[in-house]
Design a protein around this ligand. Sequence first.
Ligand code: CTP
Ligand code: MG
Length: 555
Amino acid sequence: KFIRRCTTQVSNSETVVSSEPEISSNIDNDVPRPGVDLRRFSDIQEERRQEALRSVLVRHVGKATEDELTKFCSHFGEVQNCFTYGNQELYTLLEYKSRGSVHSLLNTSHFRSILEILPYRSRLLCFRTSNWMDNASRRPGMGEMTADQKFSILATKLCAAQSMEEQMQVLVRETQLTEGETRLRFLVCSLVEDAITGYFPGCIVHPFGSSVNGFGNKGCDLDMYLNLNVEQHRTKKKKSFPRMEYEVRTVPTERAATQNLLSTVGQSLAEFVPSCRQLQYILHARCPLVKFMHEASGIQCDLTSNNSIALKSSELLNLYSRIDPRVRPLVYAVRHWARMHHITSSMPGGWITNFSLTALVIFFLQYTDKPVLPAIDALKGLADKADTCVLEGNDCTLVSDLTKVQPSENTDSTDELLLEFFEFYSNFNFKNCGLNLRTGEMQEKKNFDALYIQNPFEQQLNLSKNVSMHQLEKFVQLSREAAWMAEQPDFLQPEVGSKGWSTPWGLVSILSGHNRRKKRLMDQKEFTPILTPSSQGIPKGMSDREYTSQNLPSS
Ligand code: CTP
Ligand code: MG
């Protein structure tokens, strides 16, 4: 699947093509941060939401072209942006300059037959030209690439870089969500919101998780949070009599209410809303959710409700992703490494989740000698009164103005930090220590969970409670192996073969686990990654392997 930006011919006006989100200049701060988007998280989200509300998603029937589509659509108003994607079947995300144009387009659109379950006026449309029958044959499609083929293409690009630092930049560029993919995610939320608004007026469906936290990968799931906005009605209630109250059905717990709501919403998505397929109800999880595939976008969606703190955690990660330009390349590299070595998985279970993994990176950057990132309490200390936020009784206040955060004095390069990350966790005392991102310090572990990372906002919870001892051991062993590889003399030396391609080096060695010396030693069955003791210090006379096994909590 690909997404490409199409040049939009707009009637009576010049071609308009979207640019990357505007980057505001850092006027008040002495230290400029080139390339960093300094807007408030809430402003970025609102801008994306408004873009989505001005947009429609259109399937091309037969061989209808983008030009034909944009020409047709521009009769209803100025088209601001177009993103066309697809393989055998083409779709265009089309954004108007004003929301009224969407209504004009919908007012003249047709229903196909009388067989529709419900004549539902969705912003998911299909475009048919007069010769659609002649051209109805599908476009020849390119088959989906396997994970190996995708990595092989990526590895070639990474091996062609000049330094490991550049490799990490290339990895971000090649695997991050593109502008079109990000817009598509907001549009899918907006389409689902349209469907739910019919019976819950005023509700909002927010994307959260990796779609908005600055660390999203192509193909990552779309986490959605349905906010019914009932809070507003409650706060307006006055304690005066006589008064009128709503007659409502009650349930024993808030959790039961969430389960009922998601079950009802899920059923209506399955029955009436086009493109929502393969509904799965996971209502007994700690955080009840409904999973479905949004076919037109090809995005796997997880719909939750009563989950406002998760949106705040996404804001927190997003802040960290922008505070220092080294954070994103580092997190992308660690996430990619973890995926390739099956440390993370999309299946539920004892694996380390991407959220926990990102927390591990952030903690390392807070704890390292010269911190790269401030602790959460420090971010709270910089907050204005308007930033105050209490959710479900938890103080979730964070600074929203990024210019208030002082840049770090740490000057290590991104690749140095990556190798320090692997060393740090190769020797970490997981047995006795938990990670506290609020203070940026280790804390005594409060229970026997294998990995303890205090939840940033619900501080009594461990966000990595699910992680099994086996998976933690695997993470430590693979961190040791990565650190070992980085110490090999040929680690940064590409070996150019006769056909001009080079063997894996630098980041590619770490991602693929392939190293020339390791291969030789493995052939001789002598491979044991040995680490030099890090600054945390392995006690004298103890091998690093003994040290690590003693410092992991017992299974
Ligand atoms: N979350 C949380 N507590 C957890 C797990 C998740 O608060 N124990 C919240 C976080 O805000 C996280 C979001 O739920 O960002 C989505 O979780 P998940 O989909 O597991 O992580 P992503 O960051 O979206 O990564 P992925 O690309 O794997 O989807
Ligand atoms: Mg996710």
